[in-house]
Design a protein around this ligand. Structure first.
Ligand code: DQA
Length: 142
C-alpha cells in the first residue's frame, strides 16, 4: 500500500507552537513516528507538509493513480478550504482526517471541517497517536 500523509500549515512548528495544546514533541518526531509505524506495517509512505493551500491541492491531485490512501491533517485549512475538500473528492482515495487536538472542545470557528466531509474517518484529540491509528485503519482496510 502506498500512503500519502499530508500536514497543513504551522504543523512544521510543532514543539514550539502552543505546546499546551499540541505537545512538546516536534515535527521531525512526528515524521519518525509515522515512518516507524509504516515500516512495521509494510506501508510505503510519503510525508508532505505545506503552509500553502494550493500546494496541498496539487499534492492531493498528484496522488491520483499514484497512491492508495491519504491521511490528512489540514490544520487551519480544515475549517476554511473547500478547495481541499474538492480535491479529496476529485481523487476519490480513501482518506482519514487527523487532528492532534480535540477540535470539538475548542473555538466555534473550528467546529466545521470541510476536508472531513471527504474522509471516511476522523481521529482527534489523541496527539501523535492519532496518526498511528489512522495508518493502522487504512492498512487494515486496504
Ligand atoms: C489542528 C486543529 C486546527 O484547528 C488547527 O488550526 C491546527 C491543528 C490539530 O491538529 O489539532 O493547526 O488541525
Amino acid at each position: 500500500m502506498k500512503l500519502l500523509v499530508i500536514n497543513g500549515p504551522n504543523l512544521n512548528l510543532l514543539g514550539i507552537r502552543e505546546p499546551d495544546i499540541y505537545g512538546k514533541q516536534d515535527y521531525p518526531d512526528l515524521v519518525r513516528l509515522i515512518e516507524a509505524t509504516c515500516l512495521e506495517l509494510g506501508v510505503n509512505v510519503e510525508i508532505f507538509q505545506s503552509n500553502h493551500e494550493g500546494a496541498i491541492v496539487d499534492k492531493i491531485q498528484a496522488a491520483y493513480g499514484a497512491m492508495d490512501a491519504i491521511v490528512i491533517n489540514p490544520a487551519a485549512y480544515t475549517h476554511t478550504s473547500v478547495a481541499i475538500l474538492d480535491a479529496l473528492k476529485a481523487v476519490g482515495l480513501p482518506a482519514v482526517e487527523v487532528h492532534l487536538s480535540d477540535v470539538r472542545s475548542r473555538d466555534d470557528f473550528r467546529q466545521i471541517s470541510y476536508a472531513g466531509m471527504a474522509c471516511e474517518k476522523t481521529i482527534m484529540g489523541k496527539g501523535f497517536q492519532g496518526y498511528v491509528e489512522a495508518i493502522r485503519y487504512l492498512a487494515q482496510k486496504l
